[in-house]
Ligand binder design. Structure first.
Ligand code: AMP
Length: 188
């Protein structure tokens, strides 16, 4: 089984990905983490992408595609990948389909952790302990949330049409979300 997970910043996507990886013995392919590692290892690629990543823009589709192909083509990870942070646009979604086909695999399920902007804001304010600079943080949180919604919406629609999408209510306590995700994956 291969799985794609979506969720806005602050939705608990990282926590849920780690839960899935442990419970179902899967491999987390976080493109953001891989790219950050290239930067901290000071590789040729890392040097090339650091300014793009630091400015908050997306790295080119080709660079990320090469990176995920390395994992998809490795038999060690065959049919046990959690895609976290990929695909980010329709071009990447189609590219992912093609790559998986090339290595005789497919996406079995797409999870969307659904959390409202109000909840994200509430979580941030709790984390900050009602700091005075909440306004700034709130603005950044809203911008990141809107960017996520805008860029992933077409990709979500794409998977919905393919009947792969499961929307999970991310407003509930973590263990309840864990249980629902477990039930969805076990039913595949
Ligand atoms: P993330 O940790 O998923 O928020 O990713 C951190 C940064 O890595 C993003 O802001 C992008 O610059 C880059 N990145 C991660 N995944 C992708 C992707 N699928 N396509 C392009 N750039 C990406």
């Amino acid at each position: 089984m291969n799985l794609v997970i979506f969720g806005p910043p602050g939705a608990g996507k990282g926590t849920q990905s780690k839960f899935i990886v442990e419970k179902f013995n899967m491999f987390q392919l976080s493109t953001g983490e891989f790219l950050r590692k290239e930067i901290s290892d000071n590789t040729k690629l890392g040097k090339k992408i650091s300014s793009v990543i630091n400015s908050g823009e997306l790295v080119s589709d080709i660079i990320v595609s090469d990176l995920i192909e390395k994992i998809i083509s490795n038999s060690k990870y065959q049919n046990r990948i959690v895609f976290d942070g990929y695909p980010r646009n329709l071009n990447q979604a189609k590219n992912l389909d093609n790559l998986l086909k090339k290595y005789k695999q497919r996406i079995d399920i797409v999870l969307k952790l659904s959390v409202s902007l109000e909840t994200i804001k509430k979580r941030i304010s709790e984390r900050l302990g009602l700091e005075k600079r909440f306004d700034d943080n709130e603005k950044i949180a809203i911008r990141r949330f809107e960017t996520y919604e805008k860029s992933t919406e077409p990709v979500i629609e794409y998977y919905k049409k393919l009947n792969l999408l499961k929307v999970v209510d991310g407003e509930r306590p973590i263990d309840q979300i864990n249980d629902e995700i477990s039930a969805i994956i076990s039913a595949i």
